[in-house]
Design a protein around this ligand. Structure first.
Ligand SMILES: C[S@@+](CC[C@H](N)C(=O)[O-])C[C@H]1O[C@@H](n2cnc3c(N)ncnc32)[C@H](O)[C@@H]1O
Length: 357
């Protein structure tokens, strides 16, 4: 049967143009390569190459084998990447990473849209609240002071982010939050420990978001509420329209998918919370609309939140061959055009709440 070594052989000959160079590249002797080629042609029942004036040319069957084989090799390489990524440390799977730029981006994001997302993130005094996946505390620094009568426990996988979060809140004089390192899939709390749960931009990064919701529900009191905020990259549209800008966004969606996440999760919050057994589930879409009448939003949202996020994954999507360098650069350039005079940008966040009865 056709084996990957046959696909590689034909692909390499197509790249280097001769059997002897292909043998060198594949670390084979020329007779071993000729043997493999003969084996393949016998199996296919048709030649792959013919020679004119000592030059190799693909037969029509050879061309089909070369082109389809190339696609199969690319799919195998992607499969290998995906599986290897699955076995990695979850901290490494988090596509935005833990750089200083990302800390700034998360803070810009939270500040610019704080009113839109948090005008109703309010709980009754005396509540004990768990914030899961708090990161560098970009949301914590808003919901903590907005609810001075509540006590928050904020958890994240990353010790480094927790240190930053803790310092930020200390500097702001916020004293109703304690931080703890924990995995949302295995929380170190007894059943029914919290009155309310708050989650923001976490589920989109998890390979098993439903399992996380089950675990969060376990530590929630009855009655108690969960609030989940997530984005949805399928909701991004803008003027001037650019196919390439959409390609660059889609590259981030694919990267997140390869790492087990879902950048379009916002639209699924209703069924997910319902499946986890929450009642009274209600989803409120929160649209950000920016044009040049809102210069602070042009800077804070289009440039420093959205484009910064796509730029932040550029190296990774290029190294994984998800998109060409040219498309990525042009896509980012076109996204910047939406932030120039006459441009506009829309994005929708989804805020869902549910009750554990
Ligand atoms: C996009 S950040 C959001 C941080 C914060 N909620 C915000 O809105 O700025 C996602 C965070 O989820 C954390 N995270 C990922 N998987 C996690 C897990 N299994 N348990 C706890 N935190 C996790 C990451 O370390 C990261 O800090």
């Amino acid at each position: 049967m056709i084996e990957t070594r046959h696909l590689k052989l034909v692909d390499t000959v197509a790249q280097v143009g001769s059997l002897s160079k292909a043998a060198d590249k594949l670390f084979l002797t020329q007779s071993a390569l000729s043997h493999q080629l003969k084996e393949l042609e016998t199996y296919l029942g048709t030649p792959v190459f013919y020679r004119i004036h000592n030059q190799l040319h693909f037969t029509p069957a050879g061309k089909e084998f070369r082109d389809s084989g190339k696609q199969i090799l690319e799919q195998l390489a992607q499969l290998e990447q995906r599986v290897q990524h699955m076995d990695q440390d979850p901290l490494k799977k988090y596509i935005h990473g833990y750089s200083q730029e990302e800390t700034k981006r998360l803070n810009d994001q939270a500040t610019t849209i704080s009113e839109l997302l948090h005008w109703d993130s309010l709980w009754e005094d005396g509540s004990i609240i768990l914030e899961a996946g708090c990161g560098v505390g970009a949301q914590t620094r808003i919901i903590g002071p907005n609810n001075p009568g509540c006590q928050f426990t904020a958890v994240d996988l990353s010790e480094k982010s927790l240190e930053k979060a803790s310092k930020t809140l200390l500097d702001l004089g916020v004293d109703n939050v304690e931080f703890r390192q924990a995995d949302v899939l295995k929380l170190p709390y007894e059943d029914e420990s919290f009155d309310h749960i708050f989650v923001c931009f976490l589920l989109e990064h998890l390979a098993e978001p439903q399992k996380a919701l089950d675990e969060l529900k376990r530590v929630l009191k009855k009655p108690g509420t969960i609030t989940v905020i997530e984005g949805d990259h399928g909701s991004a549209y803008f003027h001037p329209y650019s196919e390439t800008a959409h390609k660059a966004i889609q590259a981030q969606v694919l990267l997140q998918k390869q790492n087990g996440g879902n950048a379009n999760i916002g639209r699924q919050l209703y069924p997910m919370l319902a499946q986890a057994g929450f009642s009274h589930v209600s989803v409120s879409p929160r649209q950000v609309y920016v044009d040049d009448s809102k210069p602070k939003m042009v800077e804070g949202f289009i440039k420093n939140t959205f484009i910064a996020m796509i730029r932040g994954v550029a190296d990774e999507v290029l190294s994984q061959n998800i998109i060409s360098k040219e498309d990525m650069e042009n896509g980012i350039r076109d996204l910047y055009r939406t932030a120039q005079g006459g441009g506009s940008f829309c994005y929708t966040f989804f805020k869902a709440t549910g009750l554990r009865e």
